[in-house]
Design a protein around this ligand. Structure first.
Ligand code: ATP
Ligand code: MG
Length: 463
C-alpha cells in the first residue's frame, strides 16, 4: 500500500497555487498542508486546500487583497484568514504553536512562529502533518507518509499530552480511522482510552460535529466495536448499551454489539449509501433498551415500548449535540417506527407512508425505504432464525415500489378533492375545520375505505 508522492498524479489546484505564489512573491514562505495533502497522497484529493505561511495574517490579508481576492477574517485570533480565489475558499493560517491548554480545549495563547516544522508539530496526527509545495515537494518530518502506507492514525509527539491538550482529538482520531479505514496505532489508542473522559470539557456542538462526521463515514459499526469507550464518553447513553445482556432467545448479542451489526448491515443493504438519518437511526434505534428492560418469570428479557421511549431519547441526544432539525426529525421517526409492523399489503404500506409524511412532510418515500433497510438490518443482526424476516421485507419493498409507481394517495395533495371542494360541499368556512376534514378523508383513502375519486369523496361529505 505504501506509495511515494511522486507516484501521485494529482496537482495542487490552481487556486491553491495562486495563494502560495502570491505570498512567496511578497517574500514569505507558504505550503499546502493538512487534509488536501493527506488525501492526495491517498489518491483521493479533496477539494479544500489549506495553506500555512510564515506571513502574519495581517500581511497575508494585505497581499491577497492586493491580488484582487476577497479576504475574510475567519479566525484571525488564531492566525486564520480565508481568501476566495476563482470562487474557491482557501484557508490561510500563519505558522503557529499553541501555549498551554489548562482547560483541555483552548490553548491559553497561540504564538506565531517562522518555522514550518514547529507548525507541523502542533498538528494532531502524523498523516495530517505533511506539507506540500509545488516546487519544493513534500515536507514530512513525522513520517506521515509511512503511516499512510501502514494505514495508521498516530498522534504527533506524546499522544497522551496531545489528547490532554485538546480532548476533541480523541474523536478526531476515531473519525479519521473510520474515514480512511485505518487502525489506531497502539500507543495512540492507549492514550485515547486514558483521555476520553476529557470530552466532558468539550462543547457539545463540537462533539456533535465530530460524531456526525463519524456517522457519515458509514463506519460507525467499526467504531462501536473498537472504540466503544470513547463513544460512550461522547454519548453516555451508548455506554449503558455496552455489555447489556438481552436475556432473549431472539438476540445473540448484547445491545451494543447488536447495534454495531445493524450499523454495518445498513451499509450492506444500501451499498454504502445509507442516508445520514438512517445511519443515525441505526446507531440509536435501541438506545432505550437499557431503560425499558424487564424480565418475566421465566427470566426472558423484554423491552416493551423501547421505540416509543427511544424516539424522544434520540431527539434529546441529537439536540444536545446541536445537530440540525432536518436530521433530527427523520432520525427520531425512524427510531419510533423501527419495530412498527408493516405488512406486504398496499394498505399497510400506505399507512406507513402517511406516518412519515405527517412527521417529515415531503420525505415519506425515501424514509419508508430507509425504514425497510433499517428493519432488514435489524433482522439479520439478531439470531439466524429471525433473519428470515428479511424475505418478508423484500416483499414489502416490492409493494412500496408499486404503491409509488401507481401514484397512490398518502399526502393531502394526492387527494382528489381540495379544501375549496370541501368548503363548497359542506358550507364550512375557511379554517382548521377544513384541514380536519381533509385529514379524515385522507385517512379513509389510505385505509382503503374510500377510493380516491372526486365524486365519491364529495358524496361522502354530503351524508
Ligand atoms: P477534513 O477533510 O475532514 O477537513 P482535515 O485534515 O482537513 O480533514 P480539518 O479539521 O479541516 O481536517 O483541519 C485541517 C488541519 O488542521 C488538520 O489536517 C490538522 O493538521 C490540523 N488540525 C485541525 N484540528 C486540529 C486539532 N484539534 N488539533 C491539532 N491539529 C488540528
Ligand atoms: Mg479540512
Amino acid at each position: 500500500m505504501f506509495r511515494r508522492f511522486e507516484d501521485v498524479a494529482y496537482e495542487l489546484p490552481e487556486f491553491g497555487r495562486k495563494v502560495i505564489r502570491a505570498l512567496e512573491d511578497a517574500g514569505f514562505e507558504a505550503w499546502a498542508v493538512g487534509g488536501w495533502v493527506r488525501d492526495a497522497l491517498l489518491d483521493a484529493p479533496s477539494h479544500d486546500v489549506d495553506v500555512t505561511t510564515s506571513a502574519h495574517w495581517r500581511d497575508a490579508e494585505k497581499i491577497l487583497a492586493s491580488c484582487g481576492y476577497a479576504v475574510h477574517r475567519t479566525g484571525a485570533a488564531h492566525g486564520t484568514i480565508t481568501a476566495v480565489v476563482e470562487g474557491e475558499p482557501v484557508e490561510v493560517t500563519t505558522y503557529r504553536v499553541e501555549g498551554d491548554y489548562t482547560d483541555h480545549r483552548h490553548p491559553d495563547e497561540v504564538r506565531f512562529v517562522d518555522d514550518i516544522r514547529l507548525d507541523l508539530a502542533r498538528r494532531d496526527f502524523t498523516v495530517n502533518a505533511i506539507a506540500y509545495h509545488p516546487e519544493r515537494g513534500i515536507l514530512d518530518p513525522f513520517d506521515g507518509r509511512g503511516d499512510l502506507g501502514r494505514g495508521l492514525i498516530r498522534a504527533v509527539g506524546d499522544p497522551r499530552r496531545r489528547f490532554e491538550e485538546d480532548a476533541l482529538r480523541v474523536l478526531r482520531a476515531v473519525r479519521f480511522a473510520c474515514r480512511l479505514g485505518f487502525d489506531i496505532e497502539p500507543q495512540t489508542q492507549q492514550a485515547l482510552l486514558e483521555c476520553a473522559d476529557g470530552l466532558e470539557d468539550i462543547a457539545s456542538e463540537r462533539i456533535g460535529q465530530e460524531l456526525d462526521g463519524i456517522v457519515r463515514t458509514g463506519r460507525m459499526g467499526w467504531a462501536l466495536m473498537n472504540e466503544a469507550e470513547v463513544l460512550g464518553e461522547a454519548i453516555p447513553e451508548l455506554a449503558a448499551m455496552a455489555g447489556f445482556d438481552q436475556h432473549s432467545p431472539y438476540h445473540a448479542y448484547d445491545v451494543l454489539e447488536h447495534t454495531a451489526r445493524v450499523c454495518m448491515a445498513v451499509e450492506e443493504f444500501t451499498g454504502g449509501m445509507a442516508s445520514p438519518a438512517l445511519r443515525w437511526a441505526a446507531l440509536l434505534h435501541d438506545v432505550a433498551k437499557p431503560v425499558t428492560f424487564t424480565q418475566d418469570d421465566a427470566g426472558q428479557g423484554h423491552f416493551f415500548g423501547h421505540p416509543k421511549v427511544g424516539a424522544p431519547m434520540c431527539e434529546k441526544i441529537m439536540r444536545r449535540l446541536a445537530l440540525p432539525g432536518e436530521l433530527v426529525a427523520p432520525t427520531r421517526t425512524l427510531v419510533r417506527l423501527h419495530d412498527h409492523y408493516v405488512k406486504p399489503t398496499r394498505r399497510s404500506v400506505r399507512r406507513t407512508l402517511l406516518k412519515f409524511e405527517n412527521a417529515c412532510p415531503g420525505r415519506a418515500e425515501a424514509l419508508t425505504f430507509a425504514l425497510l433497510d433499517l428493519k432488514r438490518a435489524d433482522a439479520v443482526s439478531k439470531v439466524d432464525r429471525v433473519a428470515g424476516y428479511a424475505v418478508e421485507l423484500d416483499k414489502i419493498s416490492a409493494v412500496l415500489r408499486r404503491v409509488i409507481a401507481d401514484g397512490e394517495a398518502f399526502r393531502m395533495t394526492d387527494l382528489a378533492v381540495s379544501g375549496r371542494d370541501v368548503m363548497e360541499a359542506t358550507g364550512i368556512r375557511p379554517g382548521p375545520g377544513v384541514g380536519m376534514i381533509l385529514r379524515e378523508l385522507l385517512l379513509c383513502v389510505v385505509n382503503g375505505e374510500l377510493p380516491n375519486d372526486r365524486d365519491t369523496l364529495l358524496r361522502s361529505l354530503r351524508v
